[in-house]
Ligand binder design. Structure first.
Ligand code: GUN
Length: 284
């Protein structure tokens, strides 16, 4: 069987182009979209992410406000800035890049962001809304996975399908499971304590791997014709990136699979842009 290689770069571009068009229409009506991005400290990976987020804003036609705070910024100062941005009528979305320096409590910071501006979908109000099927912002990576499944494998109907999410983080695994449930899938969340992971995976029509362990999911664990989404981005000793799935050996067995890089990665920013657009629309 020749697998469909799901092109996250192309799908993310498609979504950004759709947002760019909608943003231009909103602008004609006099409403601009503005995202405030806060980064504390000098983490090199975070700086790259933030730069890419600002570039995406520019592409789709959003204003971006950038706050680059020194490593020794106090928690109170950061909370003050969030309070100010919460109040500003011209700010639609607020994003605080994680991780934060150790002396700042991430939960306190997330809880302080106005849920209607929480475009990361990290605030407990938004997580709760997802849980009970109400409107709210959804964490960008799992939202991107749903788009990859819908746009990348158009004949896949998730209704009744056995979907296994491997990993139970608050940012990916848990919201992923809730989104799949919303699509009427039969959802299993597997994790490091799961008994007989092989059997669980072999019975799965769809596997979402989000553990952060290089090439952990092997060909013998995957059902013939399954659909595999690999959220993992691991850097190998040789500097190359690889996913949580042993891609080279799995690809010949499956119906569709995402590559790493070029699969889930590009989707996160596209979905962030989508959340910002939705935030602006609500505010209009
Ligand atoms: N750090 C790594 N990923 C993310 C993300 O999606 N949002 C924020 N705010 N920080 C991150």
């Amino acid at each position: 069987m020749s697998a469909v290689i799901i092109d996250g770069k192309a799908i993310s571009q498609q979504i950004k182009d759709e947002i760019r068009e909608k943003t231009a229409l909103l602008k004609e009506k006099g409403k601009e979209v503005t995202l405030a991005v806060i980064i504390v400290g000098e983490d090199p990976a975070s700086k790259v992410y933030v730069r890419n987020k600002k570039k995406a804003c520019e592409y789709v036609g959003f204003n971006s406000l950038s706050y680059e705070l020194p490593e020794d910024t106090t928690q109170d100062k950061l909370l003050e800035l969030i309070d100010e941005l919460n109040k500003r009528a011209d700010v639609d979305g607020i994003l605080v890049q994680m991780p934060l320096p150790k002396h700042i409590d991430e939960k306190t910071v997330i809880d302080r962001i106005d849920p209607s501006k929480d475009v990361d979908g990290f605030h407990p109000m938004n997580v709760g809304a997802l849980c009970i099927g109400e409107r709210g912002f959804v964490s960008c990576t799992p939202a991107g996975v749903i788009q990859l499944l819908k746009r990348g494998v158009p004949d896949l109907d998730l209704t009744g399908k056995r979907c296994t999410v491997v990993g139970r983080s608050n940012i990916v695994g848990k919201p992923m499971a809730l989104l799949l449930l919303r699509e009427n899938a039969t959802v299993t969340v597997a994790h490091s304590k799961t008994a007989d992971l092989d059997q669980v995976l072999l019975e799965s029509d769809v596997i979402i791997a989000a553990v952060g362990r290089p090439k952990m999911i092997k060909a013998h664990q995957v059902k013939e014709g399954a659909v595999i989404i690999d959220v993992g981005i691991n850097r190998m000793d040789d500097g190359k990136l690889c996913g949580d799935v042993d891609y080279e050996n799995v690809v010949s067995k499956v119906k569709a699979i995402t590559p790493v890089p070029g699969g889930v990665g590009p989707m996160t920013i596209a979905m962030l842009m989508n959340n910002c657009y939705e935030a602006a629309l609500m505010r209009e």
